[in-house]
Design a protein around this ligand. Structure first.
Ligand SMILES: Nc1ncnc2c1ncn2[C@@H]1O[C@H](COP(=O)(O)OP(=O)(O)OP(=O)(O)O)[C@@H](O)[C@H]1O
Ligand SMILES: [Mg+2]
Length: 601
């Protein structure tokens, strides 16, 4: 155990600064992480009034001396790093020396601590950043932090808090996250005097995951690639949720949000994951600390990998080989992913389906020259929708025999001839045969119309005769509250109808054929993925996923009238526009080439 010391200015200045305490859940997260860093085997959390009125975290960790205790509430005082080298390979949750002083400055704060070897402890109290008062206390070894009246001196912050039930739900999520991160630690949560979580020390990650994600029939996948170890417990594809919020990702034990990684997980399911559905489960990535930078986000909810593509590739390969073997054999479907071609050896565990892929091939070359063979490429038609639409990966296709419409519009002379295999629309123009993928084309048209309407602030809405009720997580409620205007502008009227319940009152007119619940959950999923901050990136993705739900599907009969309407709409679209990686929605075979092939010319 190192002593607490104040970081020199030049080191302190290299630390990602920003708001540490945003809401009660952030207080609980910081305090639990401190407990884990102090090698606690037990962490007890209690909150009252959503954590705003009161919140305490007690641990049985190594505790602090009175001198360290005094210092611990000083800015940039930490025992966890001392030099720049330490900052480059952080092995603890904490490293900034910011959390305690930040929390103390916005609450009525008390911290008490006792070293294991000491007879008694000491406590320090501060009211909103005033002068601290110190006194000896009798207490068991470990540390206990209590706060009351969060943000009592920062009314602006208080205003941004949500309903107490929502804040409570966020706290619960943090506690579950800590429990998932560290199965070897007992973690409990009391809400307003009621014990709502009791995660007793578990023998493995798997045991902990199964006790938290009860009823999900998870499949265990594990594998190693170079220095990266992947362990995942994922839902079966037919059990996948409609919202993209059920996936936990831990990097070296830290819960992180990483769109690209989540997408790698979605893609690993290949074609067995239905459009608009997202897996539920937990993914643990473990890699040497110097290959991941945790000093990038004030709440530490994002990390930066030294070689992000290699990490995504490894996750995709390990998971797709494991998932592919489970789900293709059980569902009788074809190979879901090109990554399976690697034909990795599997090892079936004793408890439930379990698949281990070993591929010791060096992915991290350290030279910046990464091995992308088998890496996924996102080539979805509309802005790639987080794997929601399992388009084939580009490397699956041979060299395109026929040209696509990239950078063009659909020719005005196009005429519909017939529907083929329930999936393709056979058409002709004056100089070519055109084969359209009916779902991709319809989806593209719907997306384009929705997007135009959205930017013109004119998405026409259709009120539902009877509001649709959808049960969601409290975090989804928070997302709806936070993004209400954006949701409305997308043509959805979604209202909070309970602590974990939403009512959908209206949907975009363009999407009346879609299941309103599917629309709402995919929208929420995309908003949640945006991290609740800047929605601009999430808007296209949300509109795209929604468009997918509301468009003609493969296998649906399309008559001449409907086909003609679709073609008319397609003509209005400039494909070179906003979508750089367009999945081809049509193929064109010029009569000239046809003549040549059959030997006419
Ligand atoms: N529960 C605890 N048990 C033992 N020591 C603690 C505990 N909480 C805090 N400390 C000590 O107080 C110091 C300051 O804690 P604080 O959370 O403010 O900073 P940090 O954990 O070092 O960095 P960060 O701001 O990134 O969390 C820690 O470095 C640690 O030495
Ligand atoms: Mg800390």
């Amino acid at each position: 155990m190192r002593r607490v010391q104040v970081l020199p200015d030049d080191l302190a200045n290299q630390i990602a600064a920003g708001e540490v305490v945003e809401r009660p859940a952030s207080v609980v997260k910081e305090l639990c992480e401190n407990a884990i860093d102090a090698e606690a085997t037990r962490v007890d959390v209690a909150i009252e009034g959503g954590g705003v009125a009161a919140c305490s975290v007690a641990d049985d960790g190594h505790g602090m001396s009175e001198d360290d205790l005094r210092l611990s509430i000083t800015r940039h005082a930490t025992s966890k790093i001392a030099s720049l080298e330490d900052l480059l390979a952080i092995g603890t949750f904490g490293f900034r020396g910011e959390a305690l002083p930040s929390i103390a400055s916005v609450s009525r704060f008390r911290i008490a601590s006792r070293l294991r070897a000491a007879d008694a402890g000491a406590s320090v109290s501060i009211d909103g950043g005033g002068a601290p008062s110190i006194e000896p206390v009798g207490m068991p070894p470990g540390t206990r932090v209590e706060i009351r009246d969060l943000f009592y001196n920062v009314p602006a912050r208080r205003k941004f808090l949500r309903a107490l039930a929502t804040e409570s739900a966020h706290v619960t999520e943090v506690v579950d996250g800590i429990a998932l991160s560290r199965p070897d630690v007992t973690v409990t949560l009391e809400r307003d005097g009621r014990r709502v979580r009791e995660h007793l020390r578990a023998a493995s990650r798997e045991e902990r995951v199964r006790s938290i994600l009860v009823g999900w029939e998870l499949v265990r996948c594990a594998g190693k690639m170079g220095p990266l170890e992947v362990e995942a417990h994922l839902s079966r594809p037919e059990k996948a949720r409609m919202g993209a919020t059920g996936l936990w990702v831990f990097v070296n034990g830290r819960p992180v949000r990483d769109r690209a990684l989540s997408r790698s997980v979605d893609h690993a399911y290949g074609s067995v994951l239905e459009p608009g559905r997202y897996p539920v489960g937990v993914v643990y990535l473990d890699l040497p600390n110097d290959l991941v930078d945790v000093n990038v986000h004030p709440q530490k909810s994002e990390v930066r990998f030294a070689e992000p593509r290699a990490v995504q590739d490894a996750v995709h390969r390990v998971l797709s080989s494991a998932l592919g073997s489970v789900f293709t054999s059980q569902l009788g479907l074809g190979a879901p992913s090109p990554a399976r071609a690697a034909s990795l050896p599997f090892d079936t565990g004793s408890r439930g389906p379990s698949h281990v892929a070993e591929q010791p091939e060096a992915v991290f070359t350290g030279s910046g020259e990464l091995d992308f063979s088998g890496a996924m490429q996102l080539t979805s038609g509309i802005p790639s929708t987080a794997g929601a639409i399992p388009y084939p990966l580009r490397e699956d296709r041979g060299a395109p025999m026929l040209s696509t419409t990239d950078g063009q519009t659909v020719p005005t002379s196009i005429r519909f001839i017939a529907q083929v295999r329930g999936m393709y629309l056979l058409c002709e123009t004056d100089d070519a045969i055109i084969v359209l993928d009916q779902h991709a084309a319809a989806e593209r048209v719907t997306f384009d119309r929705l997007r135009t309407a959205f930017h013109a602030k004119a998405v026409a809405m259709q009120t539902l005769l009877v509001p649709e009720i959808v049960d969601v997580r409290a975090a989804d409620i928070a997302a709806v509250e936070a993004a209400g205007d954006v949701v409305q502008a997308m043509g959805m009227d979604i209202r909070v109808a309970g602590p974990t319940r939403l009512a959908i009152h209206a949907v975009p007119q363009l999407l009346v054929r879609a299941d309103p619940r599917a629309l709402a959950t995919s929208l929420l999923g995309e908003l949640a993925r945006s991290g609740g901050r800047d929605y601009s990136g999430a808007i296209d993705l949300s509109l795209a996923t929604m468009a997918c739900h509301g468009s003609i599907r493969a296998g649906e009969r399309v008559g001449p009238e409907q086909a003609r309407e679709l073609l008319e709409r397609l003509k209005e679209i400039e494909f070179a526009g906003h979508c750089p990686h367009g999945r081809p929605i049509l193929m064109r075979l010029p009569f000239r080439d046809l003549d040549h092939r059959v030997g006419r010319r």
